[in-house]
Ligand binder design. Sequence first.
Ligand code: AMP
Length: 213
Amino acid sequence: MEPRILIMGPQGAGKGTQSRRIADEYGVEHVTTGGALRANKQKDISHLGLEYDTPGAYMEAGELVPDAVVDAIVEAALDEADGFVLDGYPRNADQAAALDGMTDLDVVLVLDISRETSVERLTGRRVDPETGENYHVEFDVPDDEVVRERLVQREDDTREAVETRLDVFEDETAPVIDRYRDHEGYVEVDGEQSPDGVWADIRTAIDERAKGS
Ligand code: AMP
């Protein structure tokens, strides 16, 4: 059986980048709620009778999309996957309880970065709309001028939305991370390192913990 990996950490910690590498290296599915929701921004969820009528409205405000919507996305994705890296979920205690009922986990990776680093990475982040690749206005400028010219900022990477997202992380998601501290697959990685440094630590952690699974 392929490893079942959960990756957690604040926005900008590198979860997306590292998850893509994990999926390639270990042949597991990259299950990302942020990605799934971005692909379903305009979905009509008015039947739930909540604050907004689409996932996109929550996302632009930097708020969490309602659990009922996100739980269903994750459950369907995990059902189909033989081994996965789950990125962006669970983000609150109820989602963590829902995940408990869906699957066991072999590895729980936590990427640690400071709030200051999160803000710096997210507000400077730019995305290539053609490839989905992430860049940064200072730290990772594309060599190709055509790519440089077409970069856009994610709607939730504005200063205001970033501060809201980090507040939500500290209030709701950080306590969920604490809940996994006693899990036998739990490991913290220093996310302030270069992407290659983080990747080296992650490979070691997965190879140690997923052995024989
Ligand atoms: P991300 O790309 O993971 O930062 O997610 C972008 C946005 O999607 C978040 O700010 C939320 O609005 C929404 N989102 C992603 N994952 C979840 C989740 N597990 N629960 C609720 N909302 C989520």
